[in-house]
Design a protein around this ligand. Structure first.
Ligand code: FDA
Length: 378
């Protein structure tokens, strides 16, 4: 073995594929029973509908190197992501755009009229002196839109009143003064034509790559554990950085999600892939309806059944899946301490969203793995 990779998400698999293609023998271990990390998807057995097991994953990028690389393993559909939100029983388009504003105020403002209106409403607070998330959001978009679309949704995401969240949690709240409600504005966007798992399996399908599933790096009863491998073989570690050092500098805080999946006996539940629920009286943040991610599969998917998934957000306990870094000032100080410790680890590189304590989109995880390969390993 020339290289041990801990974690088979997009970061680990990109390094594995590059190393294997350049003639290195690679072993990838993952403590889960499937490869692909959080991008893993599977066909729900009763309906055959592809379900994203760890939350909806939409691929988008403006990075030509990443786009060329991912197209070696999969083609992409022409899917374009759009999100709607239910506020007091009325559905509005997101991100906030002229359609949202005109529907909310029951008006027909032109772009310039809407800009003047939002500017006037936003005058209640100043962005620079805002002391919490609520004041900052009001300074950006005004109180009415904030209270309808941001306040309760943010409170549900963070289990915290936005008055008690730091202003830095949001840097901007984009308002579009036209009717464009495409969610992403990247050059390329789409979903893997044959699904995420087919894409991920193709990356790992190389005679120089061995994958060991159900194998935890910290489980000393299996041969490729930490104490037996560090210093013996080069390692790329994509698990949580704090866990690697036994939480010695304190645990880094994460938010996690709970998913409640249901098969419904209707052909179409909500008419769109993602519906947010903006209000406090609905406990979940959004509902995904997976068949709508693949309209081109209409002839394969059942017309009398659908799979929906309600998403609930909360702070992660120690055993929960870490999803989004909380990133308080304490967390940032701990991360710096862990980075110092990481520098001292012989032949161990830390990467990916868990290894660097950062939210990374898939294209960012793949792009940073390609950079690590080119600059530090190859
Ligand atoms: P990832 O978490 O995928 O992989 C790490 C792997 O390491 C896991 O398989 C884990 O089991 C393994 N591991 C950890 N500790 C271990 C140990 N001790 N021993 C062995 N294995 C261990 N991105 C995007 O572009 N579009 C989107 O729409 C979304 N949507 C989205 C929704 C949600 C809810 C989340 C949380 C994230 C997204 N993402 C996303 C981001 C996407 O999931 C992310 O870019 C990739 O998961 C990053 O891949 P990594 O390889 O870094 O981590």
């Amino acid at each position: 073995m020339d290289l041990l990779i801990v974690g088979s998400g997009f970061f680990g698999l990109t390094i594995a594929e590059r190393a294997a293609s350049s003639g290195r023998k690679v072993v990838v271990i993952d403590r889960r029973h499937h490869i692909g990390g959080n991008a893993y998807s599977e066909d729900e057995p009763e309906t055959g509908i592809e379900v994203h097991r760890y939350g909806a994953h939409l691929f988008h990028t403006s990075n030509p190197t990443v786009w060329e690389y991912v197209n070696r393993f999969t083609t992409f559909t022409g899917y374009q992501h759009r999100v709607y939100t239910n506020h007091r029983g009325v559905v509005f388009p997101l991100p906030i755009n002229l359609g949202t504003i005109n529907q909310f105020f029951a008006a027909a403002y032109s772009p310039d009229e809407a800009k003047v209106l939002i500017h006037e409403l936003a005058g209640e607070f100043d962005v620079k002196s805002a002391v919490n998330l609520e004041e900052k959001a009001i300074a950006l978009i005004g109180r009415p839109l904030y209270e309808a679309f941001i306040r309760d949704y943010t409170a549900k995401q963070w289990q915290t009143d936005p008055k008690n969240l730091p202003a830095e949690v949001i840097s901007r709240l984009p308002v579009r003064y036209n009717y464009d409600n495409r969610y992403f504005n990247d050059t390329w966007e789409g979903l893997p034509t044959q699904g995420y798992t087919a894409w991920i399996e193709r990356m790992a399908d190389h005679p120089n790559i061995d994958v060991c599933l159900g194998t935890d790096f910290f489980d000393e009863s299996q041969p490729l554990h930490k104490a037996a491998t560090v210093g013996e073989v080069p390692i790329v570690y994509t698990g949580p950085i704090d866990r690697y050092f036994d939480d010695s500098e304190g645990a880094l805080a994460w938010r996690t999600l709970d998913f409640d999946q249901e098969i419904l006996p209707v052909g179409d539940f909500q008419g769109t892939p993602v519906m947010n629920y903006a209000d406090a009286d609905v406990p979940f943040t959004r509902i995904h309806e997976f068949k709508h991610f693949h309209p081109e599969r209409a002839d394969r998917y059942p017309t009398d059944k659908t799979v929906i998934m309600r998403e609930f957000s909360r702070f992660a306990e120690h055993e929960d899946e870490p999803y989004y870094p909380v990133n308080t000032a304490d967390d940032r100080a701990r991360l710096l301490a862990y980075r110092e410790l990481a520098k001292g680890e012989k032949d161990v590189l830390f990467g990916g969203r868990l290894g660097t304590y950062q939210y990374l989109d898939m294209h960012m995880a793949i792009g940073s793995a390609l950079s690590m390969w080119n600059n530090q390993i190859a």
